[in-house]
Design a protein around this ligand. Structure first.
Ligand SMILES: Nc1ncnc2c1ncn2[C@@H]1O[C@H](COP(=O)(O)OP(=O)(O)OP(=O)(O)O)[C@@H](O)[C@H]1O
Length: 968
């Protein structure tokens, strides 16, 4: 029942309680975990830059504080709010007696019998209760233990509150409290500092007892006054002060507006401001005590369930210290210093006090003021933690906080004393107070050095001026404080301007203000300097960590490089193995890789493939070796179907002679393609030779694009020696300026089908002769296509000769497009000599202005079939006309067949392959239903089926069949 929250009360403010404080973790008994990083990762983890740590470092505001000029104790510029805790004795027999036997005050409460009963009950309960909830651990901490009932029902655990400036146990005396708590404040006050002490705590916890005490046990105010007068007497009379006391209370009578009541004898009427309050001059401690005693009689108190004489108002005592007459020569305004002691009315829980009526209204006022006081401190704390958070103006919400504004905003130094009762029944009051007030310990008073008595400074400066005036031409009065540290030297530089004579003593307030400003600047500079030092240290540490990490990374890179090297060698080995395996797979017999050399600094590249089975080789070489001089590709030697493709893109500057030769020796189907792109500046000759020796079908395609400036000769020759079908296509594109001759020769010697296509696009300025010869010697079908495109300005002769000598079907197409200004002779000669079918198409475009002769001749000796198609686009010249006529004349009149209808050919189509006449006739024969006798495959011993156009088109049997057909 005790724990139920009371019903909401009108005119009260709900205060959000602090979250439950967690119990401190039990120290672990387990051995510490292995915090050493595993050896596998040697990388040191680099911590983030501790900028927050640096900024939050405790840097003394003034590392070498200047001792106050007349103060024996150094003044610390920054310090935390001092929070003291005093635990009153559990049961005060005297008090209890007083409460029970005391004559009822007229204001005493409760008035009604029910409340009286409750009050007695409460007293009985208090008497019965002997357990305490709070125990002192050490002078700075206490442990608060909930009553067993709460521990069981709400599982609330004991909580340690620590960080107090001092904890006074139940047996601590007033003197002890004074010595530790108030004496420093009083000494500061004597030295001209302002200070304030406020007593907070629940009702009946001993605030008033601590502040005012009793006759036997005087409290902090009487002890402070005694101390002050004692100290004043002992000190130098020149520094003596006069002290004045003002004492007043802030009280809200019956819930009305707050009023200030002057408690001094003859105090004014209640007022809303502190102006007009009496300041009673105190001459000795006795006078002060009597004054305070009379004030206490005036103070509003009442008997409640919590306290027989409960304060119903906030009581404030101010002790003013004013310098004596001697000092009044100086700035009187700066003479003031004040020690303020506040006895707050104790917070009350209505549930406990069971206040009613006006007491309840008083209770609301008291609680409200306590809450506002707490809010001000909390706001100050949050503002100090995060300066972006504005300092809330809670102080406006009560008269007390308005009066204490400077203290509650951290502008002046203050201290708090928390008073608590140790009984179990007081647990809730105690825990609430400690939770609320313990964070206040973090409040700091920074740069509150105002109070470092400027009056003392001024006086000291003035006295120095008087005494040491003659010496002060160069050094100011404050330089006498050299012993205070070098930093103070700068501080007093401003005063060096003091000169002799009457000006010496004119230390006006402006100079003093400058000194003070300079002091503040120096302090800030010192602080910044220290921050920068810490920053540099932290930065240095981070850099060291990074250096270590870099070293580790370097080592890793080294090891990785080693691994890479070994992997490379392994890769090369595997590649070799793969090549071996590949050749093993494609060959049933032994393969021999004779040589394969690839080197960046080699002089000869040789690619030789030799095996005895069907073979498909493709050599693609792209070389930029500066020293390459010879490039050679040679293919198979025996009984092989060889498809060789050589594709070279060679740019070595010293290459002089690339050779590509295929010399199959036996029974081969040969397909060779050589594509050469050369940009070697020293290339002098290119040669491509296909020389099958026996019964071979050779398909050669040579495509060369040569741009070497020194190339003078280009040769391409195919010379099958026996019974081979030769399909040759030569494409030459050369821009070599020194190219002088381009020769393409197909020289079948025996019973061969020769298909030749020459496509030349030569732009070499010095080419003088372009020759293309096909000279079948025996029984051959020759479909030839020759296309020459030349822009060589020096070309003087272009010759294309097909010299069929015997029993041959010749299908020729010649397309020439020559733009050489110096071309003087373009020859096209066909000389079938025997028993031949000749299908000729000539398509010549000559734009050479100096073309002197364009000759076309076909000489028929024997029974021959001619199919001639001609188109000439020559510049008008006599020779051309003659040649045209000659051309016409050359057409035989034997009437076999003559077709002069010249069809315009599209010269942009460079490659056209005409079907040989025999093929045309064969088509006719097929239409007639004549069956060709089974042909014996040539060069196809391996059973390979040749394409239709490559079958033995020139076989003798077929030709005879065709001839007989034609004769019919
Ligand atoms: N340290 C102490 N030693 C002996 N008696 C004490 C001590 N503290 C308090 N008391 C006694 O307890 C009673 C209540 O104390 P006091 O009036 O100072 O409480 P309070 O906190 O001022 O209460 P309130 O806020 O209601 O005024 C008084 O009779 C006082 O003598």
């Amino acid at each position: 029942m005790e724990m139920k929250s009371p019903p909401p009360c009108p005119n009260t403010v709900t205060v959000r309680r602090n979250p439950h404080r967690r119990a401190r973790p039990t120290p672990s008994t387990n051995p510490p975990q292995n915090i050493i990083p595993s050896s596998t990762t040697n990388k040191p983890d680099i911590l983030p830059f501790p900028i927050e740590d640096i900024m939050s470092m405790e840097i003394p505001q003034n590392p070498q504080p200047d001792p106050p000029l007349s103060s024996p104790t150094p003044a610390s510029v920054s310090e935390n709010l001092r929070v003291y805790l005093r635990i009153r004795p559990l049961v005060s027999p005297k008090t209890s007696k007083d409460v029970i036997g005391q004559e009822r005050n007229k204001n005493a409460w409760p008035q009604n019998p029910v409340a009286k009963k409750n009050s007695l009950k409460a007293k009985n309960t208090k008497k019965r209760s002997s357990n305490i909830c709070i125990s002192v651990n050490d002078p700075q901490s206490v442990t608060l233990s909930p009553p067993p009932a709460l521990q069981e029902s709400k599982r609330i655990k004991s909580v340690v509150y620590e960080g107090f400036s001092r904890v006074f146990a139940v047996d601590s005396s007033q003197n002890e409290v004074y010595e530790n708590m108030v004496k420093p404040l009083v000494e500061d006050f004597i030295n001209g500092k302002n200070g304030m002490l406020a007593a907070l705590g629940p009702s009946g916890s001993g605030k008033t007892h601590t502040v005012f005490g009793t006759a036997k046990e005087p409290g902090m105010v009487p002890l402070a006054l005694q101390h002050i007068f004692k100290q004043t007497k002992e000190s130098d009379s020149k520094l003596s002060r006069s002290f004045y006391v003002s004492i007043f209370e802030i009280y809200s009578e019956g819930g009305k507006a707050e009023r200030i009541f002057d408690l001094s004898p003859g105090g004014a009427m209640p007022q809303s401001t502190v102006k007009g309050l009496q300041q009673v001059a105190i001459n000795d401690p006795a006078h002060a005590e009597s004054l305070i005693a009379s004030a206490m009689l005036k103070r509003s108190t009442a008997t409640t369930n919590a306290n027989s004489q409960s304060s119903r108002s906030q009581c404030i005592i101010n002790i003013h210290g004013l310098l004596n007459e001697y000092d009044k020569e100086l700035d009187v305004q700066s003479n003031n210093c004040m020690l303020t002691i506040v006895d707050l009315a104790g917070a009350e829980r209505e549930r406990r006090t069971r206040n009613q009526g006006s007491r309840l209204l008083e209770s609301n006022f008291i609680n409200n003021t306590s809450m506002v006081f707490g809010l001000c401190l909390r706001s100050l704390l949050e503002h100090q933690k995060n300066p972006k958070k504005p300092l809330q103006k809670h102080f406006q919400n009560s008269l007390l906080t308005r009066y204490l504004r400077d203290y509650l905003e951290g502008k002046k130094r203050m201290a708090l004393v928390l008073t608590v009762k140790p009984g179990e029944e007081d647990y809730l009051d105690t825990v609430y107070l400690l939770r609320q007030a313990s964070p206040y310990m973090k409040i700091k008073f920074n740069n509150v050095d105002e109070q470092l008595n400027s009056v003392h400074q001024k006086r000291h400066i003035q006295s120095l001026c008087r005494v040491e005036a003659p010496k002060r031409k160069k050094y100011c009065a404050l330089d006498s404080n050299e012993t205070e540290g070098k930093s103070t030297g700068d501080k007093h530089q401003l005063l060096e301007e003091v000169t002799d004579g009457p000006q010496k003593s004119k230390f006006d307030s402006t100079n003093i203000a400058l000194v003070k400003d300079d002091c503040v600047d120096l302090t800030i500079r010192d602080r910044n300097h220290q921050i920068m030092q810490n920053f540099a240290k932290a930065l240095w540490n981070i850099l060291k960590e990074y250096k270590e990490k870099l070293m580790v990374a370097d080592k890793e890179i080294e090891s990785l490089n080693e691994n890479l090297g070994s992997e490379k060698s392994r890769y090369i080995k595997l590649e070799k193995e793969f090549e071996d395996f590949k050749s093993c797979c494609t060959c049933s017999k032994e393969n021999s890789m004779e040589a394969l050399k690839v080197d960046t600094d080699f002089h000869a590249k040789v690619y030789i493939a030799g095996n005895e089975c069907s073979n498909f080789d493709e050599a693609k070489v792209k070389l930029h070796s500066p020293n390459l001089k010879v490039s050679e590709c040679a293919g198979a030697t025996h009984d092989q179907d060889v498809t060789s493709r050589m594709d070279e893109s060679v740019h070595p500057p010293n290459l002089k002679e690339p050779k590509c030769s295929s010399t199959p020796t036996w029974d081969l189907v040969f397909s060779t393609q050589a594509g050469v792109e050369l940009h070697s500046p020293n290339l002098e000759a290119t040669e491509c030779t296909s020389t099958p020796t026996h019964d071979q079908d050779v398909i050669s395609l040579v495509c060369e694009s040569v741009h070497s400036p020194n190339l003078t000769e280009y040769k391409c020759s195919s010379t099958p020696t026996m019974d081979s079908d030769i399909s040759t296509q030569v494409e030459v594109r050369s821009h070599s300026p020194n190219l002088k001759a381009s020769v393409c020769i197909s020289t079948p010697e025996h019973d061969q089908c020769v298909t030749t296509q020459v496509d030349e696009g030569v732009h070499s300025p010095n080419v003088k002769e372009s020759k293309c010869r096909s000279t079948p010697t025996w029984d051959q079908d020759i479909p030839s296509q020759t296309e020459v495109k030349s822009h060589s300005p020096s070309l003087k002769a272009s010759e294309c000769t097909i010299t069929a000598t015997h029993d041959q079907d010749v299908t020729s197409q010649m397309g020439e497009s020559v733009h050489s200004p110096s071309l003087r002779e373009s020859k096209y000669t066909k000389s079938p000599t025997w028993d031949q079918d000749i299908s000729v198409q000539v398509d010549v475009n000559v734009h050479s202005p100096h073309s002197e002769a364009s000759k076309y001749s076909s000489t028929q000796d024997q029974a021959q079939d001619f199919l001639t198609k001609k188109q000439l686009d020559l510049p008008p010249s006599e020779e051309d006309v003659v040649s045209s006529k000659q051309c016409n004349l050359d057409v035989p009149d034997c009437g076999i067949r003559s077709d002069n209808s010249c069809k315009s050919l599209n010269l942009k189509k460079p490659k056209r392959r005409l079907l040989p006449a025999s093929s045309i006739l064969l088509r006719d024969i097929t239409a007639f239903g004549i069956e060709d006798e089974p042909q014996k495959p040539k060069g196809n011993r391996g059973g390979k089926i040749l394409p239709a156009n490559e079958k033995t088109q020139g076989s003798i049997s077929l030709r005879r069949l065709l001839q007989s057909n034609l004769r019919l």
